[in-house]
Write a protein that binds this ligand. Sequence first.
Ligand code: NAD
Ligand code: TDX
Length: 331
Amino acid sequence: MRLLVTGGAGFIGANFVHYTLREHPEHTITVLDALTYAGNEASLAPVRDRIEFVHGSVADAALVDELVGRSDAVVHFAAESHNDNSLNDPSPFLTTNIIGTYTILEAVRKHGVRLHHISTDEVYGDLELDDPKKFTDQTPYNPSSPYSSTKAGSDLLVRAWVRSFGITATISNCSNNYGPYQHIEKFIPRQITNVLAGLRPKLYGKGENVRDWIHVDDHNSAVHAILEKGRSGETYLIGSDGEKNNREVLSLILELLGQPGDAYDHVVDRAGHDLRYAIDASKLRDELGWKPRFTDFRDGLAATVDWYRENESWWGPLKQQVEAKYAAQGQ
Ligand code: NAD
Ligand code: TDX
């Protein structure tokens, strides 16, 4: 297939490009990426001569129309993705996540091209710590932040275009990803690079919030399973039973980096901070036969720590600016 990968210079998109070239070399790839603060062409440098890279926005209708018109499928990762940023300035979240997805939908509708829309478990809101339930594709939408509400809006647009216009599209809602090439504004890479830069890690509030961690390659293998076998109009939840609270994750990072267990600071909590996410991925496992490969979080995290240790040239230039922004928020 000729794949158009939006947001391919971001964390999950870049890993998707690497994974696809490694595991499914029969596909050709065009990346469309606006190279916002979160996009980094260096993440694609090792495969630059094997893909086409187009610098532009998913909200540019003429460009999107041209690129979709010469593709067999679109895998739509491009988004503004950071909750904290959405609390400071929601505007780009509306443009990229809502208008950008609408623009993609109109092009796939016109050209009859298959769409896979990448979304998040945050559209379902949050769970109590002791709630035995997990999110399924039947859980009602209840997003909390400007980020998650724009992702929820984009999912609903995809569903409406399937029902009203008969486009061929699937949606996946995945839990928190970790792995190489993740922007250092995010929790795990922020704490790893804090230690590597001689700064103290920063935990929001009491650190009791639970996230359901999955390795980025497991997310991307699931996306391939859906591209190959998923049914149009269906939503698949992606997760690998990786629930941990933020304190536990930070303890493991400190241990892997040889730091004392109390070598971190508590900082101001995130406004409206979701308490817990948990995914029931049985539909994906049972219907499509998918299973995760990275079942040992400690091993996956250790490899991620090593990647940041070995790739300071990738993150070093960003560090001061990211931390200055957090410091201004008391975080
Ligand atoms: P990211 O912020 O690392 O990357 C986003 C990429 O999109 C960047 O390369 C950026 O330049 C690009 N982009 C932003 N606006 C654009 C625009 N208007 N046009 C074209 N490109 C644009 O994000 P990520 O963590 O890789 O997330 C990718 C997708 O996966 C998002 O849709 C996100 O909602 C979803 N998701 C992320 C996670 C996670 O844990 N990171 C979990 C579930 C779902
Ligand atoms: O410095 C920090 N300290 C801290 O305690 C940061 C940056 C975060 N946190 C906490 C907040 C969350 O409880 O860690 C947890 C994870 O935070 P983020 O990495 O910002 O992720 P989250 O808000 O959970 O959202 C992520 O997963 C779902 C992605 O950024 C989203 O794009 C995805 O949809």
